[in-house]
Ligand binder design. Structure first.
Ligand code: C5P
Ligand code: MG
Length: 195
């Protein structure tokens, strides 16, 4: 398997770039945010629980998210690999992911971190909010709360992955195809990307 984490703050372009990457490298997309949102739509128990956090721009508790990821992976064991989008978001989630993947006989090959500065992100998210219908894109307050969560809980993962030597930082500002090109270059420069 070949596994990528696409990393970055809210609005960095993780979802946009994931759809391009999964096509090119034939990977299965796991967007934890998308899974939560479809559970919210379907009014499942998980959806109801997740909604209470997502609406406030807070993170869903680790054990809930980790169990959801574990379930997702268990049903897709024949995948060529995964692209993790929006997960992990805490060190505990990162450690849990390592354990799950080890059990599956695989590992994270690369973490692609999109770098975009905060004011640009706020502008992007408010724009997206006009069409996404996402409750958490609707006000600057909620968006700022998501950044606070990112800065406090998620950003420490950068050194977690840097220490493992699998972190690649990519400029996330500019043209979508240009950014995609830089991401592909980072993937292709690895020793054994399975293509
Ligand atoms: O990844 P995305 O931006 O779509 O996530 C939307 C929201 O889902 C986050 O702001 C957070 O409330 C929740 N989430 C979470 N833990 C994750 C992924 C998403 O709590 N690992
Ligand atoms: Mg997203």
């Amino acid at each position: 398997m070949f596994n990528i984490i696409i990393f970055g703050p809210p609005g960095a372009g993780k979802g946009t770039q994931s759809s391009k990457l999964l096509e090119r490298y034939e990977l299965v997309h796991l967007s934890t945010g998308d899974v939560f949102r479809s559970n919210i739509k379907g009014e499942t128990e998980l959806g109801l629980l997740a909604k209470s956090y997502i609406d406030k721009g807070e993170l869903v508790p680790d054990e809930v998210t980790i169990a959801m990821v574990e379930d997702f992976l268990a049903t897709r064991k024949d995948a060529k690999g995964f692209i993790f989008d929006g997960f992990p978001r805490t060190i505990s989630q990162g450690e849990a992911l390592d354990k799950i993947l080890t059990k599956m006989g695989t590992q994270i090959d690369v973490v692609l971190a999109l770098e975009v500065e905060e004011n640009e992100l706020v502008t992007r998210l408010l724009e997206r909010g006009k069409v996404s219908g996402r409750s958490d894109d609707q006000s600057e307050d909620k968006i700022r709360n998501r950044f606070a969560e990112y800065n406090g809980k998620t950003e420490p993962l950068l050194s977690f992955y840097n220490d493992k030597n699998i972190l690649r930082r990519i400029n996330g500002i500019g043209n979508i195809d240009e950014i995609f090109g830089n991401l592909c270059q980072a993937v292709d420069s690895l020793n054994h990307p399975s293509k």
